[in-house]
Every structure is written in structure tokens, then in C-alpha cells.
Design a protein around this ligand. Structure first.
Ligand code: PXG
Length: 479
């Protein structure tokens, strides 16, 4: 494997480090509104200033080196500091920094990337992916999905098929349609969401939603059949599509039982509704395949992607449009009145091409599937023995741990104690970035992570779990 090199010249890095953290924090709270942030709280604490990165590590303005087990935000699949991605951007910026794809025009990187993605998406059953629609994010791509799905049914003379079914605790983005498709109650509570004709069923979360003693297989079937119940409740003739993440990411790395996806496939086929696989997190090697539907063996009609397509180096997203939808849109549709200024942005597409070539050359999806993914699973299995850990699961290069008060009874902590946040604080203190979703601690490491680095990460996780345990014991919250 290539060893990566820092993109930023050392002089630039040093300059960033020498900047006064307090001054940056003051400017930050004076002017910069962050996503999903309580600004009053942030102003009190001051933001952590990340200055540079290399391979699987980031550094902050105080000089602390931190192992980034979240790949930025589930996206830096190729790791930080990959010079060839910077070179690809520079070359394209100097050649053609921008041109649009409206009005009968196109550009070479967008064409090459669309054909590359079509070649990487495997055919399952009779579903082929020969067309791609580009956007700049996962949220925009899901807005595209909503418009495409409705257009499809209109063109087929079934305009009453409007309802899109999603799941509670799903994450599909933060635009009006994205947040509505998502099942985050906190998001729905702000701004009158969801928009009409979007509805939600339960998530396939065995730990939280299974009945006592219910097997994973039985629960998986029962959870899938919530979709059938919802379709029958609404009337199949009114349902347009079902959207789901292969493995829920932001919801806390929720890995469905093996029985779930085959039953979902039976149901969408039986009622003729479209299946949207939101692979913004799960594609591009994250689960050990280029696309995640391949891992689970189902047949989507539309696939949302973003993040890992450029390893997060530059914004790019899109929708892989399966032949079922593409043929109708192309043959019957005429003009589809939808698109973005940056659809097929040449620089973003050039970086994506360089990223996919790099991932192919270094066999990153294959490594996760056959080597480092199974090794991560093995190491996570050991964490189950920790007194705080009720469950530990991995799927490719995503993983989650449940922190519990009592392992035997699976009793959880009082949510007001925010034990996940306590653990997260210890992670930062010990040079590790891990996400807390309630009391689930989750990771999605860069796919370049080696076995030795997995060992280093697991040792850090163990240290943070121990520190959390000590703090809880110190407060008399645990025996
Ligand atoms: N779909 C899925 C499955 C996602 O994970 C989006 C759509 C939206 O993508 P954009 O590019 O519009 O952000 C996402 C994004 C978290 C977190 O806290 C996760 C995401 C974004 C922000 C925070 O885990 N996923």
C-alpha cells in the first residue's frame, strides 16, 4: 500500500498550529453557525480546532494527535493526505474548473465518472445500473430521489402513487425532503416535518425492539413485515417507494438481522413498489463491497451515494438510476425539470475518479471484506467482555458498542446521565474520535486502516471504556 504524505506543506501546518486557539474560537462563535450545534453551549466550551491530517490521524490546534475512527464523518475512506486526489483536483481546476451540464453540454470527468460508476455497480437479478444523476450531497440526492420516484409513477399513469415509506431513526439528510425521509424525531420537531406523503415504520434494531427471547431471525422477519402492514394500511396503489439504509449509520450502526433484507425484497416485489437503497455511508468499500446492496443481495431501483465517492475530499453525491426507472424517464419522460448548478461538477468528478482508481489499486473494498473487516470483528468480539459493554457488533468497517449498566439483565443507564457523552469525552481526552449515539459508541474507520492500527484503536477504545467505568464507579453509579 502507498504510504500517504501530507498535502499541506509543513510550513502551512506549522502556521496553523501556531495560531492562537482562543482567538480562533472567539471568531468561530462570533460568526460561524455550525451544523447540528447548540451555539450557546459551544461558545462556553470553545470549538476544537482541527488543523491538519494524515492517514488515519487528525491534529488539533493544541498539537494533540487524534486517531479518527469516524473517517471525518463516515467519508474519508481512502484516508487523509492522499496526494493524488489533490493533484487530480489541481489538474482539473487548471483545465476546466467549472462548466454546467444543462443546455446540451457535458464535460469529460462527469462522463467518465458516470461510466465508471455504472461499471462498478453489479447487476442483481434483472436490475442494472447504467445511469447516474449527480448532485453535491446525500441530502440533495435524496431530494432527487423523491422527485424521480414521483415522476416515474406519473409517467406510468399512476399519479396517486405518492407515499414514500421510510423508518424511524433513519438518516437521509437535512433538506426538507431529506429530513422528512429521515426518521429523527428531533429533526421532525423543528419546522413542521415530515412533508406530506412520507411515513415511517419501525427500525430492525434487535437490541432495542425485539421481544424478550425473540431470535434475530424471527425479529428480522417481523420487522420487515411492518413494511407490508404499512403498505396494506395505506393501500398498495398509493405507495411509491420504500427507502432504507443497508445498515443505519447516524442512527447508531444498526445492523439488520440476516432475515430482514430478503423479506423486504419479497414485499417490494409483491406490491410493485420501488426500492431506494441509501448508501451514502455504506457504499465504496465501507461494508467490503463497492455497493452495499451486493453484500445483502437485494435489488434496489435507485441508490443514493455521496461521502466515500470522493473520500470526502470534495463534495459530490448522486443517484444510481436502475434500468426500471431510467427506461421510463428516458423513453417516456421528455425533459425532467430537475438539476443543480453543480450536477456533474468537473473538479468533484475528477477527484472521485482518482479516488475510485486509488481504492481499486489498493483493493480497499476487498481488504475490508477479506482481511481487515474480519479482523475488526474479531477484536470487537473481545470488547464484549468489558464490564460496560452489553453488545458489540461490526459489519465491514462500521461497528457499534452498547454501554449498559447491567450486562446480565441488559439494564441501560438513565438517559439523563448521558453515559455515551461521558465516554466520548474520555475518547477525546485519550486521542480517539468515536461517536456517541445515546449510549451506543460507534466507529467507521478509514478503509486504509491496517491490522496494527486496528490494534492501536482497540487499545484506545479499551482505555476509554476503563476511564468511563472508573468515573461511573467514582460517582457511585456502578458497583
Ligand atoms: N443519507 C445517509 C444514509 C447519510 O448518512 C445523508 C443521507 C445526507 O448526506 P449529506 O451529504 O447531505 O450530509 C447522510 C449523511 C452523523 C451524521 O451524525 C451522519 C450524516 C451526516 C451528518 C452527521 O452520524 N450522514
Amino acid at each position: 500500500m502507498n504510504t500517504s504524505t501530507l498535502i499541506a506543506p509543513p510550513a502551512l501546518v506549522r502556521r496553523a498550529e501556531q495560531q492562537d486557539t482562543k482567538a480562533i474560537q472567539a471568531l468561530d462563535s462570533a460568526h460561524y453557525m455550525h451544523p447540528f450545534t447548540d451555539h450557546a453551549g459551544l461558545a462556553e466550551r470553545g470549538a476544537r480546532v482541527i488543523t491538519h491530517a494524515d492517514n488515519i490521524y487528525v491534529w488539533d490546534s493544541e498539537g494533540q494527535k487524534i486517531l479518527d475512527a469516524m473517517s471525518g464523518l463516515w467519508c474519508v475512506n481512502a484516508g487523509y493526505g492522499r496526494k493524488e486526489l489533490a493533484d487530480a483536483a489541481y489538474q482539473q481546476l487548471m483545465t476546466l474548473p467549472f462548466y454546467n451540464s444543462f443546455f446540451n453540454t457535458t464535460n469529460v470527468p462527469a462522463v467518465r465518472l458516470a461510466s465508471k460508476l455504472a461499471a462498478l455497480a453489479p447487476q442483481v437479478g434483472d436490475r442494472k445500473f447504467e445511469h447516474v444523476f449527480f448532485s453535491s450531497s446525500g441530502s440533495e440526492s435524496n431530494d432527487t430521489n423523491v422527485r424521480m420516484v414521483r415522476r416515474y409513477w406519473d409517467l406510468l399513469g399512476q399519479p396517486q402513487r405518492k407515499v414514500i415509506i421510510s423508518r424511524h431513526n433513519a438518516y437521509h439528510g437535512s433538506t426538507m425532503a431529506g429530513a422528512s425521509l429521515g426518521g429523527m424525531s428531533g429533526m421532525h420537531a423543528q419546522g413542521d416535518l415530515p412533508i406530506p406523503n412520507i411515513t415511517h415504520i419501525g427500525q430492525p434494531h434487535h437490541w432495542e425492539n425485539a421481544k424478550p427471547g425473540e431470535s434475530k431471525a424471527d425479529f428480522g422477519l417481523r420487522a420487515a413485515r411492518w413494511l407490508e402492514e404499512k403498505i396494506l394500511d395505506i393501500g398498495a396503489h398509493k405507495v411509491a417507494a420504500f427507502i432504507a439504509e443497508p445498515v443505519q449509520g447516524a442512527g447508531g450502526v444498526i445492523i439488520p438481522p440476516a432475515s430482514y433484507w430478503p423479506e423486504i425484497q419479497r414485499i417490494v416485489d409483491q406490491y410493485g413498489i420501488l426500492l431506494i437503497s441509501d448508501e451514502v455511508i455504506c457504499a465504496f468499500g465501507r461494508l467490503g463491497h463497492w455497493f452495499a446492496y451486493e453484500k445483502f443481495g437485494y435489488q434496489p431501483d435507485l441508490i443514493t451515494f455521496a461521502k466515500g465517492v470522493t473520500s470526502g475530499y470534495i463534495p459530490l453525491g448522486g443517484v444510481m438510476v436502475g434500468n426500471r426507472v431510467a427506461e421510463v424517464l428516458i423513453e417516456k419522460g421528455g425533459e425532467f425539470n430537475h438539476g443543480y448548478t453543480y450536477s456533474g461538477h468537473p473538479v468533484a468528478c475528477a477527484v472521485a475518479l482518482a479516488n475510485l482508481e486509488l481504492m481499486e489499486r489498493e483493493r480497499l473494498p476487498g481488504r475490508v471484506k477479506d482481511d481487515t473487516g474480519p479482523y475488526l470483528a474479531e477484536r470487537f468480539e473481545e470488547l464484549k467482555h468489558h464490564p460496560l459493554v452489553g453488545d458489540a457488533e461490526t459489519c465491514g468497517f462500521v461497528a457499534g458498542l452498547v454501554l449498559v449498566k447491567n450486562k446480565a439483565t441488559r439494564e441501560m443507564f438513565d438517559p439523563d446521565l448521558a453515559v455515551g457523552m461521558v465516554c466520548r469525552r474520555h475518547c477525546f481526552g485519550n486521542g480517539l474520535i468515536m461517536r456517541a449515539v445515546g449510549d451506543r459508541m460507534i466507529i467507521a474507520p478509514p478503509l486504509v486502516m491496517t491490522r496494527a492500527q486496528i490494534d492501536e484503536m482497540v487499545a484506545l477504545i479499551r482505555r476509554c471504556l476503563d476511564a468511563t467505568l472508573d468515573e461511573l464507579r467514582g460517582q457511585g453509579l456502578l458497583a
